[in-house]
Design a protein around this ligand. Sequence first.
Ligand code: C5P
Length: 402
Amino acid sequence: MNDQKKILLIIGGGIASYKSLDFIRRLKEKNFEVRGILTRAGEHFITPLAVASITGNSVPTDLFDPENEAHFSHIELARWADLIVVAPATADFLAKAATGLANDLASAIILATTSKVVFAPAMNVRMWENRATQINIERLKSYGYEFIGPTHGSMACGEYGMGRMLEPVDMVAEVERRFDLPFERKYRAIVTSGPTREAIDPVRYISNHSSGKQGSEIANALYEKGFEVVFIAGPGSALPQAGMEIIHVNSANEMLNAATSSLPADVFVSAAAVSDWKIAEYTDHKLKKKNQSQGLKLSFVQNPDILQVISKDKKNRPRLVVGFAAETNHLKANAIKKLEKKGCDWILGNDIGEETDTMGGDFNEILFLSRTENDKWPRMSKKEVGARLADRIYQYINSEGT
Ligand code: C5P
């Protein structure tokens, strides 16, 4: 077929390489043409014969093999691919690629190609967390290389943590996404974002400084992970990338209606800064100036608590409900209280003291709380917070029995 996309899979030497044969099979089922090569270390886990049998193509193994070079050189292979996937990408291979080494077939291809290259890392959690690996990854990203995974999970080495390669079915979805091919969005997320506006009269309202930046970054990251996303935007909220359903609302009541009518969903993320109060009695004409000494007295009543309503919904409660706690003091104690009172599963606490610039700014410092965990994330951009949260959400929703 003319529009058949060509994938070159570079299989590195890690125990996760056993997943690569299933990955190839699934790619072929989706009509991709696949060629595979193995690093020297990869050959310890998977044989070239297995890769050749399943791809239906020969498997060159050596940069300096005169037969290979005459037949299908490393430069030709680098040119042939529409997309190169390195899976598993070991810490060693990432280090090589980051420094531009080209002393074997796989690394020479990475250096020679102009096609998109995607790494699917797989390694022990300590190796993943090691500063050297993280610096290599930052460097590779700055060169324009992309990453899929890793995720949290149990590992072949018996440890638990970050560093597990994505499952083949998810890797295929990531490949399809890079070709803009339609793929099934298995999970549905609702994200609320931005402030609400509570009208006093036809021209005045009370509101807050929320920019909606954090909510829109969470929506972007969930969408990129393959979620179907409904984004409920308060007035002036930053908006996420195209492709999501966006519902614009003003007041907390409108936001609640939009949220409940968007159920059922797998995940609800309440990133909006919902006004706790609304005007007790809305005046349907513009309030006029009166005698100065009288001043103006407004009375307020409580708004519904959207997060609490969704968390306690008996019929349609999403499997995972995530709230935020923006606090100016006693962050941890208040966040723990909220987790209990509202009945949500996770709370992301953030300090919004004036000096932090969290509200409206581009950075955030999160205290992640669940019923079993209490994890302080370093200060990072709201985009990074979105990506980290989306990873955790995906991991939770996609794991069995939760
Ligand atoms: O109680 P507080 O407003 O501090 O709690 C913050 C969390 O509750 C946020 O996730 C916010 O979106 C949500 N919330 C809500 N409805 C309200 C007030 C807050 O969903 N009326």
